[in-house]
Design a protein around this ligand. Structure first.
Ligand code: HEM
Ligand SMILES: N[C@@H](CC(=O)c1ccccc1NC=O)C(=O)O
Length: 276
């Protein structure tokens, strides 16, 4: 330090702690029991919620980029690819729960009562961005009007795929206006005309390479999400077998119905026949 410099003022906070807001963050890991495995369950839940925050941010940003006139498709694809890294890390987070036995889980399961991941509004928002719009998703939040209202607004906003439909129409593909301007509150079920559009994109990649990249990035996003759901189901089978869930569902059997879902259905259907 130069002789004439004054020493920095003494403070309780170092710069790293300040930037990462550790003062707030590290007060939040408070298990409700003394069960040794509860901290891992709580921390993994919090970590996953943080990744949900990140995915919401990236996917909303990709969607908004795609919706702008003269969309920078490359930028949206880069954003989706960055989010793939977050999805991979989110998936790997299940590893920290891989040894949780039913006996260990039972030691703290009563402590959270009817709390359940089904109430995760960030997860629901993510599903909305992926195009899932099941009315039951909102019904879970009827007792909590603040959450219900926020989710209802998100359920009325376009999904990533809605943005892609608009983009494809803007680029001159035969996307019917009724699809490009559809009401986002209803679930898009897939449409043969869009399957034909994606086939045209994939068949002429020298001309439509950016759109083919977008199709691949969206497919990879969907596939990673399905893998998260599959790992969740395996964790449920491992840690609680086929007992009913804390939210009152049948548990693993209820979750099993959702793990085969094909988000962005046209991108899966176009694979039935493939392309040259
Ligand atoms: C071993 C650990 C876990 C078990 C045994 C478990 C169990 C369950 C069960 C049985 C359900 C069905 C709903 C119910 O009746 O409660 C459920 C739903 C759900 N869980 Fe978990 N869970 C575990 C960990 C996690 C973690 C770490 C997360 C991440 C935040 C999570 C997020 C969710 C979500 C989002 C749902 C709703 C899924 C949907 O609506 O399709 N779960 N969980
Ligand atoms: N549905 C789980 C519990 C559960 O998922 C949960 C409960 C409280 C806090 C976090 C949870 N898990 C994932 O979010 C169960 O039936 O035990």
């Amino acid at each position: 330090m130069p002789a004439n410099a004054t020493a920095p003022p003494r403070t309780d906070l170092n710069e790293y702690e300040d930037y990462a807001r550790l003062g707030a963050l590290l007060t939040l890991q408070q298990p409700r029991t003394d069960a040794p495995a509860e901290l891992s369950f709580l921390v993994v839940t919090q970590i996953m919620e943080l990744y949900f925050t990140l995915l919401r941010h990236e996917w909303e940003s990709a969607r908004d980029v795609l919706t702008r006139p003269g969309a920078d498709v490359h930028r949206a694809v880069r954003t989706l690819r960055r989010a793939h890294g977050a999805q991979d890390a989110l998936l790997a987070s299940w590893e920290a729960l891989r040894t949780l036995t039913p006996a260990e889980f039972d030691e703290f399961r009563d402590a959270f009562g009817v709390a359940s991941g089904i109430q995760s509004y960030q997860y629901r928002h993510i599903e909305f961005l992926l195009g899932a719009r099941h009315p039951r998703a909102l019904a879970v939040h009827e007792q909590t009007p603040r959450i219900h209202a926020e989710l209802a607004a998100q359920a009325a906003a376009p999904s990533l795929y809605d943005a892609a439909l608009k983009l494809l129409r803007g680029r001159g593909f035969a996307v019917p206006e009724g699809l490009a301007e559809r009401d986002p509150r209803t679930e898009y079920q897939g449409d043969d005309r869009l399957v034909a559009v994606w086939r045209a994109v994939y068949c002429d990649q020298p001309r439509h390479g950016d759109l083919a990249d977008l199709g691949d990035a969206l497919f990879d996003t969907a596939e990673r999400h399905v893998r998260w759901k599959q790992r969740h189901l395996l964790s449920v089978w491992r840690s609680m077998g086929d007992k009913p869930g804390s939210a009152g569902t049948s548990g693993a059997q209820w979750l099993e119905r959702g793990v085969h879902r094909k988000y962005f259905p046209d991108l899966w259907t176009v694979r039935d026949q493939g392309w040259a």
